[in-house]
Design a protein around this ligand. Structure first.
Ligand code: ATP
Ligand code: MG
Length: 380
């Protein structure tokens, strides 16, 4: 999708802008727009393998779960990994320039696709606020802003957990812990826009649990094949941390024949790999925070992100933090859209002048991401 050029700042500022909040995640990309539309797609992009596949599918590009359904006819990429674009630079990543470009194109196409799902009007400026991991590199933020420039007339990026807190009006005395697929992001809220140094990104998330679950299953049951998708589905339905309250038996094929298989131990061990890094990160962030405010952070720890839905997570965190004093851990009840909803709210509350300023400074916003942070701070 190409945005229609905007005639001039003055003309565009007369129109009520259309705002989109986006959670651009490793696993899924979700959007909510100011017209109330919302959409989500897995962050995966597929291209027909050959002209036969192209003719059969009738399209040049597919997104989300459709890619997984039609994967035998497709070359597909997940453009994001560990909270950023998988490959940004051929030399750094040690891969070909072609592969890097493919991932960049896939990211652009994915952003355009999800924005098109919320039906932005053609003759109105479209403003986007995109949630990115707390400690996403400047290079990554720059790329995301550039990649989103076809879909939006002006765009800012904001730390994902900050967006969640903003959306829930938790601007003071709270610690947001976003346990996603590629990373876990922590952000303390104390009444103003948190600095990069206040926040933490730990490179663990649900994808690592899936990999570990597959590895442990192979060890326990070498004859039972388990695909990544199956591992994910089992984890999402039965994943737990802490004590096993009951056996987890799932139907799997053994030598082609369906059979109930006990996956309790490998599933428990796989989910456990998240626990220690997340707890250590919380302890470290709280420990480094101004001592006068440590108690208030402990009193309001909010878990969000898809992997926070692993059963028992709140309980194990609460237990691990017992020695630190009274502590309250809750979980967001909208893991899919919490970042997008907060990002939208931020965008809609941002003074029109700030947006217009960004419209007038297109080249700036492409090269100077931290300046977007300054503008967000003013809006918050
Ligand atoms: N009910 C569930 N129980 C456990 N895990 C779940 C559940 N639902 C989703 N997940 C896992 O949550 C992860 C996706 O979380 P989320 O949607 O927050 O990721 P993301 O925002 O795309 O990732 P990131 O923020 O790391 O880039 C996946 O690993 C998914 O398997
Ligand atoms: Mg996320």
């Amino acid at each position: 999708m190409n945005r229609t050029p905007i005639a001039s700042d003055t003309e565009s500022s007369k129109k009520k802008p259309f705002c989109v909040g986006m959670d651009l995640g490793t696993f899924k990309t979700s959007v909510i727009a100011s017209n109330g539309n919302r959409a989500v797609a897995q962050s995966i992009v597929g291209f027909p393998k050959d002209h036969i596949a192209r003719a059969a599918l009738g399209r040049d590009v597919l997104f989300g779960s459709e890619v997984l359904d039609k994967r035998l006819s497709l070359d597909y990429v997940r453009p994001f990994q560990n909270g950023g674009l998988k490959y940004l630079d051929p030399a750094e990543a040690g891969v070909s320039g072609e592969l890097v470009d493919l991932h960049k194109d896939a990211a652009r196409l994915l952003i355009n696709h999800v924005v098109s799902l919320v039906a932005p009007p053609k003759d109105t400026p479209v403003f986007g606020v995109i949630g990115v991991p707390s400690r996403a590199s400047i290079k990554n933020k720059r790329f995301i802003i550039e990649a989103a420039s076809q879909a939006f007339d002006a765009v800012i990026v904001v730390a994902e957990p900050f967006a969640v807190a903003y959306g829930m009006n938790l601007l003071v005395d709270a610690l947001v812990v976003d346990i996603g697929a590629g990373t876990t992001d922590l952000c303390p809220m104390y009444g103003s826009y948190p600095t990069d140094e206040d926040q933490m990104t730990v490179p663990v998330g649900g994808s690592h649990v899936d990999e570990e679950f597959i590895r442990l299953m192979k060890e326990a049951y070498p004859n039972i094949p388990l695909s990544l998708r199956m591992a994910q589905q089992i984890k999402e339905k039965h994943g737990f941390v802490g004590e096993a309250l009951e056996q987890v038996c799932v139907p799997l094929r053994v030598g082609g024949l369906p059979q109930q298989v006990d996956v309790t131990a490998p599933l428990q061990a796989a989910c456990k790999i998240l626990v220690e890094p997340v707890i250590e990160a919380i302890k470290s962030l709280i420990g480094d925070f101004d001592p006068e405010f440590q108690t208030s952070l402990l009193g309001n720890i909010l878990l969000c992100g898809g992997s926070s839905q692993i059963q028992g997570f709140e309980k194990v965190i609460r237990k691990a933090l017992e020695p630190y004093g009274a502590c309250e851990v809750t979980r967001s009840n909208d893991c899919m859209f919490a970042v997008a909803a907060g990002a939208l709210r931020l965008g809609m509350n941002m003074p029109q002048d700030h947006w217009n300023e960004l419209l007038g400074k297109e080249s700036d916003q492409k090269t100077n991401t931290p300046s977007a942070g300054v503008r967000i701070r003013a809006a918050a």
